[in-house]
Design a binder for this molecule. Structure first.
Ligand code: NAD
Length: 330
């Protein structure tokens, strides 16, 4: 079987090559994204996979792929908003995605940022670098994780993996999720949102961005948090009202924040930009020693990248062979 892999990143190559060796299939790797200008490259192939945030192009792309005998497009991402699902359906093209590639990757980044903040490493760094002050300031004494209460908002795959890590570290873990999952009871005590906000020393956000969760962290909810609490957002920037967060940090309403996502991130995360393209909100947050910002890389581990490539390729073979996969978008 011959599969064309659009949007290939250098880091993905060795995983695609290993898959070729393991399965005996052939993968043609190209850096180009799939769109109206590149779709003809798929001629002669049995299957297509891609990783891109940009649109896959007009309805003609799906029509052309169907005319080449292609039955599927495999996305190496969880998101599928770049696909015209109507055009795919009209041309009998099944879209697959990789909805779960490594919840632990994201969970570990959240815990890493919380640990960094809890041990006040940014604050120590600032004193050492700016003032040559290497003293043990009493206000920088830390708590150990096993003495803390961690609150998880959104106890799904990633929230659950996060809860398990904190539980293993000895923390008390509480969670708010409107859907109850009995399997999580081994790691968390379910409670309401207000209790999570008021009682947690670390709050970790893991809910998807829905109209109902947009700005779930806002001026009111930030006021309910402890002054000593840390907010960790590994999910979506839109869950947090950035202006309200900046104000709460400036006013000392909370102790710090770890952020892998920001509301305006699509204009600059994931690429190199010029100095004038860096937004003010980012600059304000990044300048605070009690804030850590990473550019949406919580997922970015070898395991995640391998799984994204392998699962998309395996699903491609399954669909071409007339089989079914739970990763198909219906
Ligand atoms: P999931 O669907 O397994 O879990 C989401 C959970 O949120 C579910 O249990 C759901 O019941 C809960 N939820 C829904 N509405 C809620 C509400 N109003 N309040 C509290 N909980 C609510 O999803 P997941 O795989 O755990 O991923 C969670 C989010 O993480 C994704 O939606 C995505 O935004 C984000 N994510 C980030 C990265 C990264 O690299 N930073 C990577 C992957 C996913």
């Amino acid at each position: 079987m011959k599969i064309i892999m659009f949007g290939t990143k250098p880091i993905e190559k060795s995983y695609a090559e290993a898959w070729e060796k393991k399965t005996g299939n052939e993968v043609k790797m190209v850096a180009d994204l799939l769109n109206d200008d590149t779709v003809d490259m798929a001629k002669g192939f049995d299957g297509v996979i891609t990783q891109q945030t940009q649109s896959l192009g007009s309805a003609d792309v799906y029509k052309k792929l169907a005319s080449f005998g292609i039955k599927q497009i495999g996305l190496r991402t969880a998101g599928f908003d770049m696909v015209d699902l109507d055009a795919a359906k009209a041309n009998n093209i099944t879209i697959t995605r990789v909805s779960i590639y490594s919840p632990r990757a994201i969970a570990e980044m959240g815990v890493t940022q919380a640990m960094y903040l809890n041990r006040k490493i940014g604050l120590f760094n600032q004193r050492m670098e700016e003032d040559h002050d290497f003293s043990w300031a009493p206000d920088l004494v830390s708590n150990e994780i096993f003495n803390l209460t961690v609150g998880i908002i959104g106890l799904g795959h990633i929230g659950g993996a996060t809860a398990q890590i904190y539980k293993a570290l000895g923390a008390k873990v509480i969670a708010y999720d409107p859907f109850y999952d009995p399997e999580q009871e081994a790691f968390v005590d379910y409670t309401d949102l207000d209790t999570v906000l008021k009682e947690s020393d670390i709050i970790s956000l893991h809910t998807p961005l829905f109209p109902s969760t947009k700005n779930i962290i806002n001026a009111d909810t930030l006021k309910k948090m402890k002054n000593s609490a840390y907010l960790i957002n590994m999910a979506r920037g839109g869950l947090v009202d950035t202006q309200a967060l900046i104000k709460a940090l400036q006013d000392g309403e909370i102790a710090g924040a770890g952020l892998d996502t920001l509301a305006d991130e699509t204009t600059y995360f994931g690429k190199k930009v010029s100095a004038d393209e860096v937004p003010e909100d980012y600059k304000t947050l990044a300048a605070m020693p009690n804030v850590v910002v990473t550019p949406h890389v919580a997922f970015f581990t070898k395991t995640s990248v391998r799984n994204m490539v392998e699962i998309a390729l395996n699903d491609t073979v399954t669909i071409i062979n007339g089989g079914k996969t739970r990763n198909a978008i219906r």
